[in-house]
Design a protein. Structure first.
Length: 268
C-alpha cells in the first residue's frame, strides 16, 4: 500500500453526500478529504440511507465549511455589480454586526483620539439592521439586510444557511430579504449539537429556496421595517427650533418699525 495516498470516502459517505446535495443545494461540493474523514463515523451508525444522511448533515453543521466544501459561488463577487445571484448555495455565517446600533468609544480627548477607555454601545435604537459576512468555503461575501431576515436573527457565527431566490448584488454587497435565506440543520455553530431546529431545512424535506415564497414573520418588538424608520423623530427637533425662532423674528420686526418711526419724527 502506497504511503501518503489520500484516503477516499466510502461508498456510504458518497451516497449520503449526493442525497444531501440534492435535497439542500445542488451547488454544494464536499471536499473528498473531509468526506473521507467522516466515513468511519457514518459506517459505525449502521442505519438506513436517510439516517446516514441526517448524520452527515449533523457532522457538516458542526464542521467549518472552509474545511468541508470547495465553494459554489461565482468568482470575484466582491468586484461584481448589479447582478442577480442564480442557484442555491450553502454558506457559513462568519460575523454579524448591527450597523443600526454601532459601538463607539466612550470618550475622546481634545485631538479626537480615544481616551483609552473601553468602547461602549451608543444609545440603542429600537431598529436593527444586520450586516453579515458569509463564506462558501472558498471566498467571503458580505451582505446587508434590506428587510429583517428571520434566519439571520436566529443564527450564530458558524451556522450554515442556504442562499437562494436570486438575491441582488450591488458593488459586491448582497441585499438580503427574508425569502433569500434559510437555516440548514439548525442554528448551532461549530462544536454545537447541530440538531435541526424549528424552521431549519431538513435533508429529507429539502430546501424550498428554488421557488418564491412569502416572507416569514419576524418576532420581537424591536424589529421594524427599515424603509422610512426614524423619520418622524428626526423632524421634531427641527419643528421645535422653528417655533423658537418665531418670537425672535417678531422682536426684530418691531425693532425695525421703531427705528423707522424715530427717523420720520426727526425728519419732521
Amino acid at each position: 500500500m502506497a504511503e501518503g495516498r489520500p484516503q477516499q470516502p466510502s461508498e456510504q459517505a458518497e451516497v449520503a453526500a449526493a442525497r444531501l446535495v440534492s435535497c439542500a443545494a445542488p451547488g454544494l461540493r464536499f471536499r473528498p478529504a473531509w468526506l473521507a474523514q467522516q466515513s468511519e463515523q457514518l459506517q459505525s451508525s449502521g442505519g438506513s440511507e436517510e439516517e446516514t444522511t441526517d448524520q452527515l448533515l449533523r457532522l457538516f453543521v458542526a464542521a467549518d465549511i472552509r474545511d468541508a466544501c470547495q465553494g459554489s459561488l461565482p468568482q470575484n463577487l466582491d468586484r461584481s455589480h448589479n447582478l442577480r445571484l442564480e442557484g442555491a448555495h450553502v454558506l457559513q455565517l462568519l460575523q454579524a454586526v448591527d450597523i443600526a446600533n454601532p459601538i463607539v468609544p466612550e470618550s475622546t480627548d481634545s485631538l479626537g483620539e480615544p481616551g483609552g477607555q473601553q468602547p461602549t454601545a451608543a444609545p440603542r435604537s429600537r431598529h436593527i439592521m444586520l450586516k453579515v459576512c458569509l463564506t462558501d468555503g472558498a471566498q467571503v461575501v458580505c451582505g446587508v439586510e434590506r428587510k429583517p431576515v428571520a434566519a439571520l436573527r436566529a443564527a450564530r457565527p458558524g451556522a450554515k444557511l442556504v442562499l437562494g431566490n436570486r438575491p441582488l448584488l450591488r458593488r459586491g454587497l448582497l441585499l438580503l430579504e427574508p425569502h433569500h435565506l434559510e437555516l440548514l440543520g439548525g442554528n448551532s455553530g461549530p462544536g454545537g449539537g447541530g440538531a435541526p431546529g424549528p424552521g431549519a431545512v431538513s435533508p429529507c424535506a429539502g430546501s424550498t429556496l428554488g421557488s418564491p415564497q412569502p416572507s416569514p414573520a419576524v418576532s420581537g418588538g424591536d424589529v421594524q421595517p427599515l424603509l422610512g424608520c426614524g423619520s418622524q423623530p428626526a423632524l421634531q427637533p427641527l419643528q421645535e427650533a422653528g417655533h423658537q425662532q418665531q418670537p425672535r423674528q417678531q422682536q426684530q420686526q418691531q425693532h425695525r418699525q421703531q427705528q423707522q418711526e424715530q427717523q420720520q419724527q426727526q425728519q419732521q
